[in-house]
Design a binder for this molecule. Structure first.
Ligand code: ZN
Length: 525
């Protein structure tokens, strides 16, 4: 009887409320980490309105997901998409992996002011949702330039005001890149002062730490301390252990995270699943040599004393840090002054200049490259064991640290094309480091909760309809270091804000992405 009434009630509801999209016969992995269950999903407008058994319900579009897995759209908490989103608003490298939301403004670098930039992104009509952090380095640069000194109280006041405005503009929180110039010139207490402003809005702190190699433990302590002192959630971004001599230290970094959490500090982690990192060739140079910018660096390189100090530091970084002990491990990705260098490593380039490949000569080559403006490069110096240990931590979510590359141009890190699919293919299906449910949680529900995007990241009635339909047996990253420009496979359909962006593997013309702002952008104190 009750069942009959339910059917009547359901059909009455459905007669007046046909769905726009009905996904049927799915294995639902809902983003919470719960085991999959069978069911149907009804979407109206941009929202999931019903879930459960919806057999025969009227719908403008019905998608049969039999044999496939349905998950929330993936949220990438760490991207550098601010250039590429205008070149390819479809963000095809990301949507092919099932990514439906991109976060910019990482590593301490963001556009300022934020509001006009976010409007520009909206005007480009992206397929994906887009949000941004505000960068501590960008704030400092606006007030102090690239100077290597402490800020005055007045300057700190100015920086706090810029941070406040960015939060009002919708920033998700404060990012820092304390490894990079000018973040590296910032004392911890100054970061804490800015973080307190962000805390008052309910925002989080996320950091590319000062040192991911020999000093990684102190850097984790600093990141935890900024969360503790600043009174806000804190996150170690793209957590990795660089340099063979430091491999295994993730045992201790994860212990520091556990201990901090045990005493009430809200600290979390994100990670990409590759044994190489990617950043500018400036990463081989001591930070002090970059104070004041490129012109100042060139002057220092022209002074024999300073040049030899810089060179000694570069040699050290090739030996025990990002260079992974061999100039071969440093591969150019994109060089604006000489695009032909893309894909070539520092040993090859040194040899091609007629020099024997020694650490000294490789450092000379690095100096010549930097004198011409530098390259983006890939550094092979991370161990598989550390990746898997960090990935297993319940406090780790997934972020690509990627960009929207110009398709076919240069030799970028494959993480832009493959991060999310690689986790599902290699670390779920092949190596069984995570269950599918755990992995999806780390790409959706966990991330949305961290970002306070409370209407996304889970498949539940009332949530925004960002939905991936994928085949877990076929999902596969295709991009590798030699051939990075290859889209991932295995996502059959993709829905963003209730609109179909990928249908049966084909891109549609829909561009339903929205600007996402921290909720609410209102001071809680
Ligand atoms: Zn970074």
């Amino acid at each position: 009887m009750a069942c009959m009434l339910q059917v009547i009630a359901l059909s009455f509801f459905l007669q007046i409320q046909p769905f726009d999209i009905l996904i049927q016969h799915a294995h639902i992995v809902d983003g919470s980490g719960n085991p999959w269950y069978s069911g149907d999903i009804g979407i109206k407008g941009d929202t999931i309105v019903s879930m459960g058994r919806l057999d025969g319900a009227p719908s403008k579009l019905t998608i049969d997901a039999h044999g496939l897995t349905v998950t929330p759209g993936f949220i990438d908490i760490h991207t550098h998409a601010r250039r590429g989103i205008f070149l390819d608003p479809a963000a095809q490298n990301y949507i092919r992996q099932g990514v439906t939301t991109l976060m910019e403004g990482q590593d301490g670098s963001s556009p300022l002011p934020l509001a006009p930039f976010l409007k520009q992104v909206a005007d480009a009509h992206p397929a994906v949702n887009f949000g941004s952090f505000v960068g501590q380095g960008s704030i400092r640069q606006q007030v102090l330039g690239l100077e290597n000194r402490k800020a005055t109280p007045e300057e700190i006041g100015k920086m706090k005001e810029i941070a406040r405005q960015a939060m009002l503009d919708g920033a998700m929180g404060l990012s820092s890149g304390l490894f990079y110039v000018p973040g590296n010139f910032t004392p911890t207490e100054e970061v804490v002062e800015i973080a307190k402003v962000v805390a008052s809005f309910g925002g989080m702190y996320i950091s590319h730490m000062r040192d991911e190699a020999a000093g990684v433990l102190d850097s984790v302590r600093e990141t935890i301390g900024i969360g503790e002192e600043g009174g806000l959630p804190t996150q170690i971004t793209h957590h990795k252990i660089i340099g063979a001599a430091n491999w295994g230290k993730s045992v201790e970094t994860l212990k520091l995270v556990e201990e901090a959490r045990a005493r009430g500090v809200d600290v979390t982690i994100d990670q990409y699943p590759y044994t190489a990192s990617s950043t500018g060739t400036a990463a081989l140079f001591p930070q002090w040599s970059q104070a004041g910018g490129q012109k100042a660096l060139l002057e220092r390189l022209a002074a024999p004393d300073e040049r030899s100090r810089i060179k000694a530091e570069i040699i050290q970084r090739i030996k025990v840090d990002r260079g992974g002990g061999d100039p071969k491990n440093i591969v150019m990705a994109n060089c604006s002054f000489d695009p032909a260098l893309a894909g070539k490593n520092l040993a090859d380039i040194t040899a091609a200049r007629g020099r024997p490949v020694t650490f000294e000569n490789a450092a000379e080559t690095a100096i010549e490259i930097q004198q011409k403006g530098g390259c983006q490069a890939i550094y092979h110096a991370i161990s598989e064991e550390d990746i898997e240990r960090i990935l297993r931590s319940p406090y780790t979510m997934i972020g690509s640290d990627g960009e929207i590359p110009e398709f076919g141009h240069g030799a970028p890190h494959p993480r832009s094309y493959g991060t999310f699919s690689r986790v599902l293919a290699r670390y779920v299906r092949e190596r069984k480091v995570l269950t599918l449910e755990e992995a999806v949680h780390k790409m959706s529900g966990y991330t949305s909760e961290r970002l306070r995007l409370f209407d996304r990241g889970l498949l539940r009635p009332g949530m925004k309809a960002d939905i991936v339909i994928l085949d877990p047996a076929k999902v596969q990253d295709k991009a590798d270091y030699a051939n990075p420009h290859q889209y991932a496979e295995g996502v059959r359909d993709l829905i963003i804000n209730g609109q179909v962006v990928i249908s049966n593997g084909q891109l549609t013309s829909a561009r339903p992405g929205r600007i996402l702002r921290a909720t609410p952008a209102v001071q809680v104190k």
